[in-house]
Design a binder for this molecule. Structure first.
Ligand code: ADP
Length: 494
């Protein structure tokens, strides 16, 4: 039977999705279901890995309903990154709740390691910072706080991995304990220059190497699963962490091409080609993908609160009832009337990395109306993205000509236009906005010959709308200076 589809598994932080794509890269069928978030202590976030597996399996099977499974050429996986799962090799059950990327339980552990002078070695080898965000200290914490887990891990009874590893192990009936290189590059245990688990870091984090998966390319055979219909073997042939998958799905194949995902937060990635670029200003250096034996790298910056600021206007202040209203409100006024909103609810990410910073609104006058506040919240998303992109351009030494965008908030045309104006560069919104899942599908399809090469894939990507900059340079500078002065106040807090 002719191969007509690729199935993408998109295991996100709040929901499991499965999307069937056709040869043109169009969405054919989609299924999605949320799963439970656990907050056992302030700052802690956990998932039940068994629930994730069950929900993921269900949506996979739903997504292929009515489709001949034999017509699916391959499966690609993209996943929430950094989240840790530890499971029993014999029973296939997790031995504890999954520790989610957002979980801050290792903050003091990171602080101790920093005080011990280990930040430089971690940064040089992994491209990451010492932060609870990454997997290494999560696993260290687990092993150090549960004697039985360490004992069993040393005996070789337990396996550890990020969500991609967990799903592939399950999908292959426990045959394959693997991860892809982009997920490995987020663990702070993987040396992004030598492209291996790093012995010195495993020692520093007290991790038994036998728990860890084998690291594979992002586009290539990971295993075979028969779970779609209980009998047909389908190759799993592409895997990437969600942000790298989105970079690939946006076909940012050349150095200097960048994408920004506007969701709860913003994640900006710029392809830097075959050379890892070390950052002096709080960007992360990360593996973009490995294809045909060639590793390419990216610089990454994160803004913690973007669309979440709009949610706060809705749920916290109650001044809008739906995120979709914000565009009309923002354009009902000429400007913010001097109001700046710094939505540092959970601290500031790139380039400030200040966990003590908090939200702030400045420039209020008797004339301030809700439309000004709403506009200031949207503008803040663009200012924060500009903060990250300015550092990226400078460090990569590559001018930015275009920013490709995705995520829920790109529906807001005002935000996109303001972003283009601030950047002084074109903002491009693609026709298919499921870029994360598409990226996983493309990586998988490339490896099994469903698509020939990257050139063919680049031809699938098409534009919905281009936002070209129109703002006067002087206006741009004045507005940005106002933002810098507001955010500077929070960035300096301690
Ligand atoms: P995530 O994947 O992080 O859950 P999504 O990509 O689904 O996020 O985007 C949802 C976010 O986008 C929400 O924070 C929401 O406030 C924001 N959002 C949705 N529509 C709009 C809009 N029209 N204008 C501004 N923000 C929006």
């Amino acid at each position: 039977m002719r191969h007509r589809y690729i199935l993408a598994i998109d295991q996100g932080t709040t929901s499991c999705r499965a999307i069937v794509f056709d040869h043109q890269g169009r969405v054919v069928q989609l299924a999605q279901e949320e799963f439970t978030q656990f907050y056992p202590q302030p700052g802690w976030v956990e998932h039940d890995a068994s629930e994730i597996w069950n929900v993921q399996l269900k949506v996979m099977q739903q997504a292929v309903k009515g489709i001949e499974v034999q017509e699916i050429a391959a499966i690609g996986i993209t996943n929430q990154r950094e989240t840790l799962v530890v499971w029993d090799k014999q029973t296939g059950n997790p031995v504890c709740p999954a520790i989610v990327w957002q979980c801050r339980r290792t903050a003091s552990l990171c602080e101790q390691l920093r005080e011990g002078g280990f930040e430089t070695v971690v940064r040089e080898k992994t491209g990451l910072l010492l932060d609870p965000y990454f997997t290494g200290t999560k696993l260290m914490w687990l092993l150090d706080n549960h004697d039985d887990i360490r004992g069993r891990a040393v005996k070789g009874e337990l396996l550890a991995g990020t969500i991609d590893s967990w799903l592939i192990w399950k999908l292959t009936h426990g045959r394959n304990h693997v991860t892809d290189i982009t997920n490995a590059s987020r663990t702070s245990l993987f040396n992004i220059h030598q492209l291996t688990w790093d012995e010195e870091l495993l020692e520093l984090f007290h991790i038994p190497a036998q728990m860890l998966p084998e690291v594979k390319p992002s586009s290539g055979m990971m295993g075979v699963t028969d779970f779609l219909d209980g009998q047909t073997p389908i190759p799993i042939s592409g895997v990437a962490g969600d942000q790298q998958a989105a970079l690939f799905g946006q076909t940012c194949f050349d150095a200097g091409m960048a994408k920004n995902t506007y969701g709860t937060g913003c994640f900006l990635l710029m392809n830097t080609g075959r050379q890892p670029v070390a950052s002096q200003n709080g960007l992360l250096t990360t593996v973009a993908w490995e294809i045909d034996g060639q590793v390419e790298y990216a610089l990454e910056g994160s803004v913690f609160v973007a669309g979440a600021a709009i949610q706060w206007l809705r749920d916290g202040l109650g001044i809008v009832s739906d995120a979709g209203e914000t565009e009309a409100l923002a354009t009902s006024v000429d400007d913010t009337c001097g109001v700046y909103f710094v939505p540092a609810f959970t601290g500031l990410g790139t380039p400030y990395w200040n966990a003590q910073a908090r939200g702030m609104i400045t420039g209020l006058t008797r004339g301030t109306q809700r439309a000004h506040l709403v506009r200031a919240a949207l503008e803040a998303i663009a200012y924060q993205s500009l903060d990250v992109l300015s550092v990226m351009k400078q460090e990569a030494g590559i001018p930015l000509t275009e920013l490709r965008v995705d995520g829920g908030a790109v529906r807001n045309n005002f935000l996109m236009q303001f972003q283009a104006d601030l950047l002084g560069a074109q903002v491009t919104r693609p026709a298919v906005q499921e870029t994360t899942a598409l990226g996983a599908a493309l990586l998988a399809g490339l490896s099994v010959g469903f698509w020939r090469d990257r050139q063919e894939i680049a031809g699938l990507w098409s534009v919905d709308r281009i936002f070209a900059p129109t703002m006067k340079e002087q206006d741009r500078l004045t507005k940005y200076a106002g933002w810098q002065s507001a955010v500077g106040y929070q960035a300096a807090r301690n």
